[in-house]
Design a protein. Structure first.
Length: 282
């Protein structure tokens, strides 16, 4: 079985278990069969173990409900894993379609003509992060147009709006900084290592934000009122995982979020123009 097939099985298992219906082992097996995977019980058990040990997603068996569930509190970055599966499954679908017909790309419109600058840095950056290796590089500042050299302790890669960003700490400082991977030049992974310590996990810093800025404001409740039509889009693609619907009728679609209302979030609001009103905060 190809790696694509394995990832697809992982996605289906998560999809079935994630519906909070505590499916039995046989129901999971049947669900895989319905989607074209006729595999042995041992293969499914190995998939569940691999999801747990390689990705940190705790799939457990509930004896009283006689089925499986995802222990979200014990799982490591479930949202990140789901996003990873989404990216891989999309790539697999496009790859298979292209293999079936070379004309496939004539019927797909991609968002931009980005040159994927800096994507070659993702693998060495991940190596440096997972092995706690210090790195150095030059980084271009969009505002000044100038390049500056940095020595950084890397902690995390973050995706936002089809771009990748490095989150790390500059030598001699203690605060996390964000660097656009597409603007990283002359990357060097050093032999020197560092100890991450018990400082705040960068994943937690971005948990209450939309985008890249986490320190500009305090966490607060934001209430937005949308037109009914715009509300359908907001329901389908929520602004943030904290989003909850508090009112819905023929006149408005109102939601509440618990976030840090940063620059990127304000950009998203401004783009919607007259279809949204900010009710709280002032």
């Amino acid at each position: 079985m190809s790696q694509h097939g394995t990832i697809r099985r992982h996605s289906l298992i998560i999809e079935k278990i994630g519906r909070n219906q505590y499916p039995s082992f046989d129901l999971i097996k049947d669900y895989l069969f319905e989607h074209g995977f006729e595999v042995s019980p041992r293969t499914i058990q190995r998939d569940i173990e691999q999801i747990r040990y390689e990705f940190g997603i705790e799939i457990k068996y509930h004896r009283y409900r006689n089925g499986y569930f995802i222990d979200t509190e014990a799982s490591i970055n479930l949202d990140g894993f789901l996003r990873f599966l989404e990216i891989v499954n999309t790539a697999t679908l496009l790859t298979e379609s292209l293999r079936d017909s070379k004309e496939t790309l004539n019927y797909i419109s991609f968002e931009s003509r980005g040159d994927l600058r800096g994507i070659e840095n993702l693998k060495p950056l991940l190596f440096a992060i997972t092995n706690h290796r210090k790195i150095s590089f030059s980084h271009e500042n969009f505002q000044t147009g100038q390049q500056r050299k940095y020595s950084v302790r890397p902690y995390m890669l973050k995706e936002y709006q089809n771009r990748w960003y490095l989150v790390g700490i500059i030598g001699g400082t203690s605060e996390f900084r964000t660097f656009g991977v597409d603007r990283i030049l002359n990357l060097v992974v050093k032999d020197e290592t560092f100890h991450p310590g018990s400082r705040k996990n960068p994943l937690e810093l971005f948990e209450n934000t939309v985008g890249l800025t986490y320190s500009s404001h305090e966490l607060e409740a934001v209430i937005l009122s949308f037109t009914p039509l715009q509300g359908k889009y907001v329901r389908a693609l929520p602004f943030h995982k904290s989003q909850e619907i508090i009112e819905e009728n023929e006149k408005e679609f109102r939601v509440r979020l618990r976030i840090i209302p940063n620059y990127e979030f304000k950009q998203k609001i401004m783009m919607l123009g007259e279809t949204v009103i900010v009710l709280q905060p002032k």
